[in-house]
Design a protein around this ligand. Structure first.
Ligand code: COA
Length: 472
C-alpha cells in the first residue's frame, strides 16, 4: 500500500494505453480493463501475498481481535502487535500448560505477527504510537468501550496524523443501551440469539464450543478491513470499521430470525416438537439436533456409544435419497407406503423414523456408516473429536492443522488458515515473544536513530515499571 502513488501513476498510464488501443482487437483491450496491471506471468503462489505492503497496527488482545489480525497476517500483511510492557496480551499467561512459556491460548491466535511493547499512556510511548500511526494502514483494536479515546487515540487524532488510516474496532454491542458494556464470548452468544436457540426444548439455553462471538466477530472485522482497504484505493482516505459481537452472532443466527417470522404462519413443521404435538410459543424454540434447513436431521448413536462419547453420526433424511435410505436400513416398504413415502407424511413420524435408522447406525462404527451412506449420496457426518481432528492426515496435508515450533514451549498443534488462496499461500509462523521485535520496529519501521531509541527506552515507555522493594 505504501507504493500506492506509484500504482496510481501506473493506473493512469494503463488507462491512457487503453485509449490508444482503441483500434486493437477487443480481447486485448479487455485484458487491460479497469486499470488492472497485466496478469502476472509468475507461477501461482510465487508472486507475493495478497496483503503484501499493508501494515497493521495491532492493538488487539484476548481472542476476537487477534483472530482478525492473524488472518490478515496470513494473507501477507505486516502485523505489529502493540503490547503492554511486562504482561503483554493477558492471554500469554492464561490457561498455561508449559510453565514459563506463552500459553496455547496466545500462541494459537497470534501467529505471523511482530511484537513491540509500548506503554500507551506514557508521553514517549505516545510518541512511538504516533509514529506507528503515520506508517501503518490499519489500526485494529478491541479494547473496552472508550479505552482507545482515553489513550488519546481518538478518531480525530488518528485521522489528523494519517488521513489514510483505517480504524477497525470490535465492541460487545453497537450503539444503544449496552454500548458501554465489556463483553466476552459467551455473553455475545447469549445476547446475539445463539443461546436461546441452542440446546433442547426442555433444557436450559446452551452456549456452543464454536467461538462464534470472538472468532466469528474477528472474521467479520477482517472482511470489513479488506473492504475498506479496497475502497481506499479509490478514495485515498481511511474510515472507521466497527463490528459488534452481538451483531456478528445474530448474523450467524440469521436462520433463527427467519424461523421467528415463520411462526406467524403456523408451527415450524421441520422441528421435532411439531411431530411430537407440542405447541409452539411466541419465540423460536431450541431445536436440539434438528437440522437447521428443510431436511430433517439428527445425531444418531453408532457402534461404541455411549461408552465412546463421540461414537455418533449426523444423519440427514434428504428427500431425494429417501428410497436409498429405506434400502440401506432394511425398510423397503417405506418407499411406497403413503405413511412414509413423502416428506410431508414423514414429518409427524420423525422420531419413529430416526429411531429405526439408529437401530441400523448402531450396528456400524461412525466411519463404516459414513462409507456406506456416502455411496448413496446420503448426507451424513461422523462426530469427530478434537483428538481425531488433531490426528487427521488430510487436514495436515491442507495446512488446516499445522505443527509449529516455538523456542520456549516446543512443538504444538495449531489451526492454520482455513481460507485457501491459490496465489497467496499462507505459511504459519510462530507467535512472537513479548517485545521480541521492539528494537527492529523502532529502527527499521519507524527510522529512529540509536540516540532516540536509547532516550525512549530510558524514559521507561517500553518497559514494565520496576516493582518497588517491600519495606523491611
Ligand atoms: N499500555 C498502557 N495501557 C494499556 C495498554 C498499553 N499497551 N494496553 C491496554 N491498556 C489499558 C487500557 O488503556 C485500559 O485502561 P483504561 O481502562 O484505564 O482506559 C486497560 O488497559 C484495560 O483495557 P480493557 O480493554 O478494559 O481490558 P479488560 O481486560 O478490562 O477487558 C474485555 C477485556 C475483552 C472485556 C474488553 O477489552 C472488551 O470488552 N473488549 C471489547 C469486546 C471484545 O473484544 N471482547 C472479546 C474479547 S475476546
Amino acid at each position: 500500500m505504501a507504493k500506492s502513488r506509484k500504482q496510481k501513476a501506473k493506473t493512469k498510464a494503463a488507462t491512457k494505453k487503453v485509449v490508444k488501443l482503441k483500434s486493437r482487437p477487443a480481447a486485448k483491450v479487455k485484458a487491460k480493463a479497469n486499470g488492472l496491471p497485466r496478469a502476472s506471468s509468475k507461477p501461482y503462489g510465487q508472486d507475493g501475498k495478497a496483503l503484501q505492503g499493508v501494515r497493521i497496527l495491532d492493538f488487539t488482545h484476548v481472542q476476537s481481535g487477534p483472530t482478525c489480525t492473524q488472518l490478515l497476517a496470513w494473507f501477507g500483511a505486516d502485523v505489529i502487535k502493540v503490547e503492554r510492557p511486562g504482561t503483554g496480551d493477558i492471554t500469554r499467561g492464561q490457561l498455561v500448560d508449559v510453565k514459563g512459556a506463552d500459553s496455547l491460548y496466545f500462541t494459537m491466535l497470534n501467529h505471523n505477527k511482530r511484537s513491540i511493547t509500548i506503554d500507551s499512556k506514557h508521553p514517549q510511548g505516545k510518541r512511538v504510537l504516533d509514529a506507528l500511526i503515520k506508517s501503518c494502514d490499519v489500526l485494529v483494536e478491541n479494547f473496552a468501550p472508550g479505552a482507545l479515546d482515553r489513550m488519546g487515540l481518538t478518531w480525530d487524532h488518528i485521522h489528523k496524523i494519517n488521513p489514510r488510516m483505517i480504524v477497525a474496532s470490535i465492541k460487545g454491542f453497537g450503539p444503544g443501551p449496552y454500548e458501554d458494556c465489556k463483553v466476552y464470548e459467551n455473553v455475545a452468544q447469549c445476547t446475539g440469539g445463539s443461546a436461546s436457540t441452542t440446546g433442547f426444548r426442555d433444557g436450559i439455553p446452551l452456549v456452543t464450543g464454536a467461538q462464534i462471538g470472538d472468532s466469528g466477530t474477528g472474521l467479520h472485522l477482517a472482511l470489513g478491513i479488506v473492504t475498506a482497504l479496497y475502497q481506499r484505493t479509490r478514495t485515498g482516505r481511511g474510515q472507521k470499521v466497527s463490528v459488534a459481537m452481538q451483531d456478528s452472532v445474530l448474523n450467524l443466527c440469521r436462520v433463527k430470525l427467519r424461523d421467528q417470522q415463520r411462526l406467524k404462519a403456523g408451527p415450524l413443521t421441520e422441528y421435532s416438537q411439531y411431530g411430537e404435538g407440542i405447541p409452539f410459543g411466541d419465540a423460536t424454540p431450541r431445536a436440539g439436533n434438528d437440522s437447521g434447513g428443510g431436511q430433517p436431521g439428527r445425531i444418531l448413536a453408532c457402534k461404541g456409544a455411549p461408552d465412546d462419547p463421540n461414537a455418533y453420526i449426523y444423519f440427514i433424511t434428504q428427500a431425494p435419497v429417501w428410497e436409498a435410505i429405506c434400502d440401506v436400513i432394511g425398510e423397503p416398504t417405506w418407499k411406497t407406503d403413503p405413511e412414509y413415502a413423502t416428506p410431508k407424511a414423514r414429518l409427524s413420524k420423525l422420531n419413529r423414523i430416526f429411531e429405526r435408522i439408529e437401530q441400523w447406525t448402531m450396528t456400524k462404527t461412525k466411519f463404516e456408516a459414513m462409507d456406506i451412506l456416502n455411496k448413496f449420496d446420503i448426507p451424513c457426518g461422523p462426530i469427530l473429536s478434537m483428538k481425531e481432528l488433531a490426528e487427521d492426515q488430510s487436514l495436515r496435508k491442507t495446512g488446516t492443522v499445522v505443527q509449529v515450533d516455538h523456542p520456549t514451549r516446543g512443538a504444538y498443534l495449531s489451526v492454520g488458515n482455513p481460507i485457501k488462496l491459490s496465489d497467496s499461500i499462507s505459511e504459519v509462523k510462530r507467535s512472537p515473544l513479548l517485545g521480541e521485535h521492539t528494537d527492529e520496529i523502532l529502527k527499521n519501521v519507524l527510522g529512529f536513530k540509536a540516540k532516540e531509541i536509547a532516550d525512549i527506552k530510558g524514559s521507561g515507555a517500553l518497559s514494565a515499571p520496576e516493582k518497588k522493594e517491600k519495606a523491611a
